[in-house]
Design a protein around this ligand. Structure first.
Ligand code: SR1
Ligand code: MG
Length: 397
């Protein structure tokens, strides 16, 4: 395991890293506050920076009692390579040390994590739309449409990531719905959680999404596209958006990346609702349909570039998009549930006081049910109309 003291010497022996920062004048801080890895920000005397991310042989959030393959660093390095060839909105990989499981990444300290920005009430204009375009770019480019069928199958086989997918399967699709020791929720919402876990329609719909995740290999997903996996800087057209932390990357259903992103924007919206910011809540909610439009628009632009147009007529695209939308809604419903009930919660909701927390959870769990159970009839307007109900309760308390 690297330590801040050992990092300068380590960098000095890696030419690609030493070309980025001067190991002789390095300040190193370990800043990993994620669930899995060590992260070091390294800055030299002239202000140049580099980030090192080292995979530990266990899940950091839990400790050595939950061993986890360090090969996740290889999977992440490979995914960054593929995704950054398809989109500029990816944090750049500068070097990869497969022996020590260390990724050297561009220093984005001048950016902020999207979740932090959202929690602080910061601007979000067009961030979700950019992410919709990002998902379209990586989805199309790694699918059989972008690669051709044989190449697609080879790439899918090479990108297997079973250990990380197993975390996703357990934490997103199994435990929140069927119950688990790792689950938790505050007493104020436990009866609501229990009621949902006894709701066969909700649980059954989540199991159907688990089946989609396990059995569908459409494209190389980011695999963990929540608002803690996105850096942002600035606003408007010149805004920088950089996705990172793709160690959960795998071939899977395209709607999974969209669904995770939507769930986290919905969590930010629920937070704004219970904090008495209805306009901000609406604008965050509106990122779901607008990022869907951005995604769909980008797929329409890419569609003429498909490898074998003769094999894939227009109707294929229409039906594919409809399936992705259905999937994304269902995956969003699962991601909401896991962030409320399961392990690895989100600060948007956890930082709230009990009264606001209960109201936000009420909003989110009702969305989770609508997204899962009613997804075949759900339109974005219905979702929006459902929004204020749980917050009404808060206003009357
Ligand atoms: C044990 S890892 C828990 C979660 O952290 C990551 O960010 C993923 O969301 C994963 O499910
Ligand atoms: Mg992460």
């Amino acid at each position: 395991m690297l330590t801040p003291e050992a990092v300068p010497d380590y960098i000095a022996h890696r030419p690609a890293m030493a070309a980025q920062v001067d190991p002789g004048t390095l300040q190193v801080a370990e800043v990993g506050d994620g669930n899995l890895n060590l992260v070091f920000i390294c800055t030299d005397a002239s202000g140049r920076g580099l980030v090192l991310k080292q995979a530990l042989p266990y899940v950091r959030l839990v400790g050595p009692s939950w061993p986890m393959t360090e090969q996740r660093a290889d999977r992440e390095a490979a995914a960054i390579g593929v995704h950054s060839a398809l989109s500029d909105d990816v944090c750049r990989l500068i070097d990869f040390d497969a022996d020590e499981h260390v990724l050297a990444l561009e220093d984005l300290s001048n950016h902020e994590v999207l979740r932090t920005r959202l929690n602080n009430g910061g601007p979000h204009d067009q961030v979700a739309d950019r992410l919709g375009v990002f998902v379209a770019d990586i989805a199309f480019g790694t699918s059989f449409l972008g690669l051709g069928e044989e190449q697609f199958r080879l790439r899918a086989a090479a990108a297997a990531n079973p250990e990380m997918c197993s975390i996703t399967e357990d934490l997103i699709f199994t435990e929140p719905f069927l119950g688990a020791e790792r689950n938790s929720a505050r007493p104020v919402v436990r009866s609501e959680v229990g009621r949902l876990q006894a709701d066969d329609e909700w649980v059954g719909a989540a199991m159907a999404m688990k089946y989609r995740f396990l059995s569908t290999q459409e494209a190389l997903l980011h695999g963990d596209l929540h608002s803690g996996s996105v850096f942002v800087r600035g606003t408007g057209p010149g805004m920088s958006v950089k996705t990172f932390d793709s160690e959960f990357a795998c071939y899977g259903p395209v709607g999974f990346d969209l669904g995770l992103m939507w769930a986290n924007m919905l969590a930010a919206s629920a937070r704004a609702t219970v904090l008495g910011e209805p306009e901000r809540a609406s604008s965050l909610l509106a990122t779901v349909p607008s990022s869907w439009s951005a995604f769909r628009g980008r797929i329409a632009e890419l569609w003429p570039r498909r490898r074998s147009p003769e094999k894939y007529p227009e109707m294929f695209c229409r039906d594919w998009l409809a399936q992705i939308r259905q999937d994304a809604l269902g995956f969003a419903g699962c991601e909401i549930a896991r962030r409320i009930i399961g392990l690895a919660k989100i600060s948007d909701i956890e930082s709230l006081e009990d009264t606001e927390y209960a109201a936000a959870v009420g909003v989110l769990l009702s969305w989770s049910r609508a997204l899962l159970v009613d997804r075949s009839e759900l339109d974005f307007t219905t979702l929006t109309e459902n929004a204020p109900e749980a917050a009404d309760g808060l206003a009357t308390e």
